[in-house]
Ligand binder design. Sequence first.
Ligand code: TRP
Ligand code: ZN
Length: 504
Amino acid sequence: MHRRLIAPSVLTASLVLAIPASAATFSPGAPGIGDAYYPASGNGGYDVSHYDLRLKYQPKIDLLEGTATILATATQDLSRFNLDFGLGVSEVRVNGAKAKFIKEGDQELVVTPASPLAKGKAVSVVVRYAGKPSELSIGGYTAWHRTPDGGVAAQEPDSAVWWFPSNDHPLDKATYDVSVSVPDGTQAISNGVLQLQSSKLGWTRYNWRSNKPQASYLATLAVGKFDITTDKTADGLPVLNAYSQDLGDQAGAARASIERTTEVAEYLTEVFGPYPFNALGGYVPNVKSGYALETQTRPFYSPRQFANGSNVSVVVHELAHQWYGDSVSVKGWKDIWINEGFARYSQWLWSEKEGEGTAQELADYVYRTRAADDAFWTVKPGDPGPDKQFDIAVYDRGALTVQALRNEVGDEDFFKILKGWTAKFAYGNADVGDFVQYAESVSGKPLAGLFDTWLYEPSKPGAPAAAESRIARSDAGAKPAQPKSWKKIAATNTIHEHEHGHDH
Ligand code: TRP
Ligand code: ZN
């Protein structure tokens, strides 16, 4: 990310002498963190450790006002830096002193501190702001869902721009304190533990704390009228679920699914290792969209996920992401297979455990129902491109890849890999190459060929040996039987297929 204003070679000796030694080395932080798919995402030059958001939201007029305090460290000698943000800013202070700022485009806030920041220096940035999140649309894409009684920020690959200034990329994770004041009778839901709820003069303030590193797209805010259930896990972690009071017919099915969060997390703990965060739960706001999202500690579920009855499978998917995606995060968005391939595979494992179809049966079903000329096989799960980042192939072929790995290394090493990976990279970032390397090191087998075929070939891989023998045993020509769990698993994402995708 380091950029020089003037290449050193063009400076004459006398010019160098004329400039104070330090001034020549301070340079602006890059306006993007270097993501291959989204060049404007994130920023260079600093690293955030903590966000403190003190907000107030008025549902009737969709007005969000507040102050963000960002604690960071300069990672280069910094003359100015960017934050990603879309709402109106009235003041910026850096280390207490008023800073100059300008908005560039829809989502870049360019901040010039009164004095430059030395590499390694602790930096505090205070941003005062106000705006109507629903008025912000970037390239036809909005992360803010207005609801009849409030609003919700939940989107991937980014949502922070709609509600707080940030270094908006999974590479820069931080802890969060989110405090939101809303009219009495309305609730504000966010990530982590509800530390405090207090009421004064008609306003109720909710203080939330997410105390483990969290990617900006996994921070969420939901304001509205919710019914809240609370509990504790056997290990003493607080569980808090929130259901819009407006779910109508879907309320029962939503609760019957999400109230099983603790049970699902217990199962996933057996497979992936210790649950990585300080709280659990889920929330269902009254939104029209169809998808679910793995917002940290407290996934977001659209009511439509429960339109045809309860769906524990989607809960399994979003909770699996707490390990695969949230604790271990992508280095760049092209690594999305590590999130979606494994979250989908966890649904296959749950199905296997429930006796509703083994992972192998689900793999065979995908493999045999997708003909060789299906465009499905042209998507490379290991590098799908921004337009196909959430294509069904990233999920289903992504999970086929995981099954191919399981068959190659055997169950013992396979489950060792699933668990060891989440321990080795806990709270950090990793890419597809890291996974391949890790799987090779655990199994002692060369796996580059297998992953090349399943992740990077833009065509249908030849039938894996295991599948071939099964197909030969049964009737190769017959349509495979649909595993009992198939429809619920598929519902997790076919619903949102038309809703995502945007360019920065
Ligand atoms: N990561 C989400 C899931 O599979 C799905 C998703 C993809 C999504 N794109 C999105 C959710 C956009 C919300 C918005 O669980
Ligand atoms: Zn997912």
